[in-house]
Design a protein around this ligand. Structure first.
Ligand SMILES: Nc1ncnc2c1ncn2[C@@H]1O[C@H](COP(=O)(O)OP(=O)(O)OP(=O)(O)O)[C@@H](O)[C@H]1O
Length: 244
């Protein structure tokens, strides 16, 4: 597996620190990141391939500094967003997968083989000539995975990849993610997706508040959100008593 290293990393937006002095070394196969809305999960994940740059500290992927060697890092790190529509760039499913390889300088036969293999891997072979934008949400997310992984990145970062999907499609995408050989960093609110992961990082207020195996980290996170819910209930009760 690769080593993803955060060295005392911070990042602010509009004067507010959303990632606050985080140091981590991620070397496991499957790593989950959880946390309440706004806790800094996506910002942390985006720093792995330079979509967001730190204002302090460094992020290294296999010793490459993301801020200085971004192009080399992006060859190793694939990224899948919550909304697969934002990643579809070509008219048909096959063309969209093939688009990734345009700069790989492969012989056409080899490129075709890679595209076929990626389509088959995600159950998209039958849909290859379909307009990509007309796929279902679940199929689009599988297409996003195929289009990223056809480039053979060592690491896949997925930011809430199942959030917009219905339960059946979410399970389907989760099953595919769980079976990947690539190193995986997944930001998710769907905690069952992370049950079998090797490591789960819990973020709160831009800091890592727990970093452990899922059996320890997920219950800790559930406790944390229960406490926050109780605090919110207090606010709601107060608001209900005072508003007309
Ligand atoms: N590009 C940006 N410009 C301004 N503020 C931003 C930007 N990106 C993130 N933020 C703010 O930083 C905070 C942390 O955002 P981030 O997306 O990292 O949190 P998150 O834990 O992934 O939340 P969610 O679960 O809601 O996606 C939020 O308050 C968000 O509004």
């Amino acid at each position: 597996m690769s080593a993803i290293v955060f060295e005392r990393v911070s990042r602010s937006f509009d004067g507010r620190r959303v990632v606050d002095d985080v140091s981590l070394e991620l070397v496991e196969h499957r790593i989950g990141i959880v946390g309440a809305n706004g806790s800094g999960k996506s910002t942390l994940a985006r720093m792995i391939n330079g979509l967001v740059e730190p204002d302090a500290g460094r992020v290294l992927v296999d010793g490459l500094d993301v801020a200085k060697q971004g192009r080399e890092v992006r060859r190793r790190v694939g990224f899948v967003f919550t909304n697969a529509d934002t990643q579809i760039v070509m008219p048909t499913v096959r063309e969209d997968v093939a688009f990734t390889l345009r700069r790989h300088r492969l012989a056409p036969a080899e490129a075709n083989e890679r595209v076929d293999a990626a389509l088959a891997r995600f159950g998209l072979t039958e849909l290859a000539e379909r307009p990509a934008h007309r796929l279902s949400g679940g199929q689009k997310q599988l297409l996003a995975l195929a289009s990223v992984l056809v480039g053979h990145p060592a690491i896949l970062v997925a930011d809430e990849p199942t959030t917009l999907l219905d339960a059946r499609n979410a399970r389907r995408v989760a099953r595919h993610l769980a079976g990947l050989d690539e190193q995986l960093v997944v930001v998710s609110h769907q905690l069952e997706l992370l049950d079998d992961f090797d490591r789960v990082i819990v973020m709160e207020g831009g800091r890592v508040v727990c970093d452990d195996v899922p059996a320890v980290a997920l219950p800790r996170y559930r406790e944390l959100i229960d406490t926050e819910d109780e605090a919110d209930d207090g606010v709601t009760d107060a608001a209900e008593r005072t508003r007309p």
